[in-house]
Design a binder for this molecule. Structure first.
Ligand SMILES: NC(=O)c1ccc[n+]([C@@H]2O[C@H](COP(=O)([O-])OP(=O)(O)OC[C@H]3O[C@@H](n4cnc5c(N)ncnc54)[C@H](O)[C@@H]3O)[C@@H](O)[C@H]2O)c1
Ligand SMILES: O=c1ccn([C@@H]2O[C@H](COP(=O)(O)OP(=O)(O)O[C@H]3O[C@H](CO)[C@H](O)[C@H](O)[C@H]3O)[C@@H](O)[C@H]2O)c(=O)[nH]1
Length: 332
């Protein structure tokens, strides 16, 4: 059977594609290349360039490649951008996901895995323990709402048409393939570890720390950083259990360990053996103070066990990828 990976040329989707290839599975990537890169996937994986709302093209790809499951990463991902362009986010993340889900239902696919996000929880009040899936969902950004609406569509499509799905709520995805085959390549990416690494390697001028007055021990926001390769492995397991008959589920994907922005900065400084400038600035709109995952459900349903649960390794792998990008730009 073939697995269709939407957004497979993007950061997480390309790791997924490599993981599936490593497992000997047949994969086809579908991507409109709005933020993706064609050189990040294995050369022998078919790439269809198109938009996920092109139902005729998606149906043709499902047919031509004998697709039996979709892992759906395609989407827009920048929280602050979603605040200034909510309709753009509802279109790309919600409306177009609806179109893809309809394709999956019509083709009677065996499984559908969706990239959801911790942003569906909004700004949780009780931060004394990691977040569980059954908490009230109250996104504080259009990005989070756009993903929550897709979760709801999947829930209802599952009830009505029997589509079997897993929605994984990623916490903060970071790091890069330890084998150096792919990584986060968007030059203007806004993710903390990426930006800090670019500053550490002289690719950006400065790192702004967004807000130092949060109700956290050092005043900066706390996040649960999950290595992208562990996340890809979680998807492969989720797919397998769905194919083996597991009911649809929603599960957090994180380690259950939070780090503040300043702790991340310290980890990056240690890896590069040096200081770089950070500037304390105001809060960024849409940022909850603390997001840490309780991932017991993912572990118990799929048997997932992280292999790269180490902030230093996450930073190191991401730095190695950043150096690779610099070499690439110098040589060509
Ligand atoms: N990066 C994170 O920390 C994080 C956290 C939670 C959830 N997610 C979700 O994971 C998914 C992947 O994120 P990423 O970090 O790899 O982002 P990314 O921007 O690197 O990848 C997204 C990919 O989807 C493609 N794409 C976007 N819209 C498309 C469309 N309409 N049709 C076809 N292709 C389209 C892009 O070209 C790109 O290759 C997203 O859905 C995102 O919301 C990411
Ligand atoms: O230059 C920067 C970048 C980030 N931060 C801070 O670092 C933390 C992490 O920020 P990121 O932008 O790396 O990640 P987010 O937590 O905003 O969002 C990430 O996780 C979310 C789920 O929690 C979404 O899924 C989203 O797609 C994904 O980017 C936040 O407190 C942010 O304010 C800075 O201080 N300076």
């Amino acid at each position: 059977m073939t697995i269709l990976v939407t957004g497979g040329c993007g950061y997480i989707g390309s790791h997924m594609t490599w993981t599936l290839k490593d497992q000997g599975r047949d994969v086809v990537v579908f991507d409109n290349l709005s933020t993706g890169f064609t050189n990040q996937i294995p050369a022998d994986v078919p790439l269809i360039v198109g938009d996920i709302d092109d139902q005729a093209l998606v149906a043709k790809v499902i047919d031509d490649h004998n697709v039996e499951a979709i892992i759906h990463f395609a989407g827009s991902i920048v929280v602050p951008e979603s605040i200034t362009d909510p309709l753009g986010y509802y279109l790309n993340n919600t409306v177009k996901s609806r179109s893809l889900i309809e394709n999956a239902v019509k083709a009677k696919l065996k499984a559908f895995i969706f990239s959801s996000t911790a942003a569906v929880y909004g700004n949780p009040q009780d931060t004394s323990r990691p977040l569980i899936e059954d908490l009230a969902l109250d996104p504080i950004s259009p990005y989070g709402s756009s993903k929550l609406m897709t979760e709801i569509m999947l829930r209802d499509a599952s009830r009505a048409y029997g589509l079997r799905y897993a929605a994984l709520r990623y916490f903060n995805v970071a790091g890069a393939d330890p084998k150096g085959r792919t990584g986060q390549s968007t030059p203007e990416a806004t993710h903390l570890i990426k930006v800090a690494n670019q500053v550490a390697l002289g690719q950006r001028e400065r790192l702004a720390v967004f807000g130092t007055d949060y109700p956290t021990p050092d005043g900066t926001c706390i996040r649960d950083y999950i290595h992208v390769s562990d996340l890809a492995a979680a998807h492969a397991l989720a797919l397998q259990v769905l194919l083996d008959g597991q009911d649809s589920f929603v599960a957090n994907a994180g380690y259950g360990q939070g780090y503040s922005v300043l702790e991340v900065v310290k980890a990056v400084r240690e890896q590069v053996n040096g200081a770089f400038d950070v500037e304390m600035t105001d809060r960024r709109p849409g940022d909850p103070a603390q997001l840490v995952a309780d991932s017991s459900r993912l572990r118990s349903l799929t048997g997932w066990q992280p292999e790269h649960n180490d902030l230093d390794q996450i930073v190191r792998d991401a730095l190695n990828w950043e150096r690779h990008l610099i070499e690439q730009s110098v040589s060509g």
